[in-house]
Design a protein around this ligand. Structure first.
Ligand code: FDA
Length: 454
């Protein structure tokens, strides 16, 4: 059955930040647009929700100074930011299992390990400076770096295991959320280049600088407010019939005719839609080599932010702990909030192990890990929540997708290639801001500019 408003210039599939940015820009330029969204809400991987009386950032939340597209969007939408609580000492648990506190960004490791970490940081900064994140396959050493795992690259660089584990932590568990043996050294350099350099990833005060008042989902919610009648929720697109002249997009028994279709969904979900005719072989192949990482984002709320009284900032790291990083995530923008919330992350193979346990055993493991950082008070939260992205059919992982070893050079140049009237965009295929909201805005904006000039 055709929809009454069935003839449009552009159908945007997905009401995440990428899709909404593209749709708002196209609408403002006078194009007829409809956005079809599978979920019953907008925002995709951004979701600010109150759970058990605590407002949580279930998905993405942080903004860093290099993310100029996101900062520009916050300005445009009239959204304010605030700094994450960071006063006090941070905690590090090393390879020897000893808990140490420290100030600044350098982990309290031996002088030899510290020197190796500094050397590796410089080397990754150098490699990242040689890369245009929009075309990593053109890096002068792309072939070699893409054929070796990041773990193998680290092993080639240094014999210092703790230096390897810590440098690996910044990109493996903390960013791509895959084990360092599962992605290439070239993908690691892309992650660094897309954030303006590896040194930025090492500096938590830079990369996790600010939060948005009211939550980061305010970005898609405010974009949605500009085009509420053009967004159809609970409308998963199941089939797209296309030719060089246009497409018919099918969702929930309805269909829309369009000159262009923007698939503003993660690459893994492009494959869920039936295309007729089928996408060219290289497209079908390419997206089988992109996969989501796995991270469990944990939200643990206490009656008070007790760690502050111990002179701690709440920031904690250890490649050897179940929770490899944690931060004070109390809602500083809510004046009445007296509770303290920690956010922690369990990634890749440690997340596999946790997910094999019952909910209560998982919680016990997480709290024990936090007690290793903050002491026994961490064992008694007033609220505990695990973000459920890995079990959500419209994401199925976190934070984002990346290529397996060798595939960035093999398929990269097809990433943003149209197929007839169908274009592809999402933070997962961004250059600058890759895997981040900044990249989603860049992808949505550049997609709308391209369609407006076509
Ligand atoms: P996104 O996945 O958000 O949107 C795609 C939309 O398409 C979804 O709404 C989905 O439902 C819809 N869809 C899929 N298939 C469909 C179909 N067939 N039909 C219709 N609709 C369909 N970033 C950051 O900058 N700072 C941070 O701190 C974090 N932290 C973070 C934590 C966690 C836990 C996660 C999961 C993610 C982050 N991120 C982040 C990443 C950031 O959230 C992410 O890069 C962007 O929100 C992605 O926006 P997109 O619009 O590209 O995809």
């Amino acid at each position: 059955m055709n929809n009454s408003d069935d003839n449009v210039d552009v159908v945007v599939v997905g009401a995440g930040v990428t899709g909404l940015t593209a749709a708002v820009r196209l609408h403002e330029a006078g194009r007829k647009v409809v956005v079809l969204e599978a979920r019953d809400r907008v925002g995709g991987r951004l979701w600010t929700e109150t759970v058990d009386g605590v407002r949580l950032e279930v998905g993405g939340q942080w903004v860093s100074p290099d993310q100029t597209a996101l900062l520009g969007m916050l300005d445009e939408l009239g959204l304010d930011t605030y700094a994450r609580h960071r006063e006090g000492e941070s905690i590090y648990i090393g390879r020897d299992g000893v808990r140490r506190t420290f100030l600044g960004e350098a982990f309290p490791v031996s002088d030899a390990t510290s020197a190796e970490m500094e050397r590796l940081t410089k080397e990754l900064d150098r490699l990242a400076a040689e890369m245009d994140p929009l075309s990593p396959w053109e890096h002068p050493d792309a072939e070699r770096l893409d054929r070796m795992s990041f773990a193998a690259w680290l092993a080639e660089q240094t014999e210092d295991e703790e230096a390897r584990d810590n440098i690996g932590l910044y990109i493996g568990p903390a960013m791509l959320t895959k084990p360092t043996h599962a992605f290439s050294a070239l993908s690691a350099v892309l992650m660094a280049a897309s954030a303006g350099g590896f040194s930025h990833l090492v500096d938590a005060d830079f990369i996790l600088d600010r939060r948005v008042v009211g939550g980061l989902q305010q970005v898609p919610l405010r974009l949605f407010e500009r085009i509420p009648d053009l967004v159809r929720l609970s409308t998963p697109v199941s089939r797209i019939d296309w030719s060089d002249d246009g497409a018919t997009v099918h969702a929930g028994g309805e269909s829309w005719q369009a000159r262009h279709v923007v698939m503003a969904v993660p690459p893994t979900l492009v494959n869920r839609v039936q295309f007729s005719p089928a996408l060219p072989p290289v497209h079908a192949q390419m997206r089988q080599h992109q996969s989501f990482g796995l991270v469990i984002k944990l939200h643990i709320t206490y009656a008070t932010p007790f760690w502050r009284a111990q002179g701690l900032s709440g920031t904690a790291f250890s490649p050897y702990a179940v929770v490899h990083e944690a931060y004070d995530n109390s809602n500083e923008d809510l004046p009445s909030e007296t509770r303290g919330t920690l956010v922690g992350f369990v990634s890749d193979e440690k997340a596999d192990a946790l997910l094999g346990l019952s909910a209560s055993a998982r919680r016990d493991k997480v709290l024990a890990s936090l007690a290793g950082y903050y002491g026994t008070e961490a064992l008694s939260p007033v609220a505990y929540y695990e973000s459920p992205w890995m079990a959500d059919e419209w994401t199925a992982g976190a934070y984002a997708t990346s290529f397996d070893i060798g595939s960035l050079t093999r398929y990269g140049k097809h990433l943003r290639q149209d197929v007839g009237p169908v274009s592809f965009a999402s933070s997962d295929i961004a250059g600058l801001g890759f895997q981040h909201v900044d990249g989603a805005i860049r992808m949505g904006s550049s997609m709308s500019e391209r369609l407006l000039s076509s």
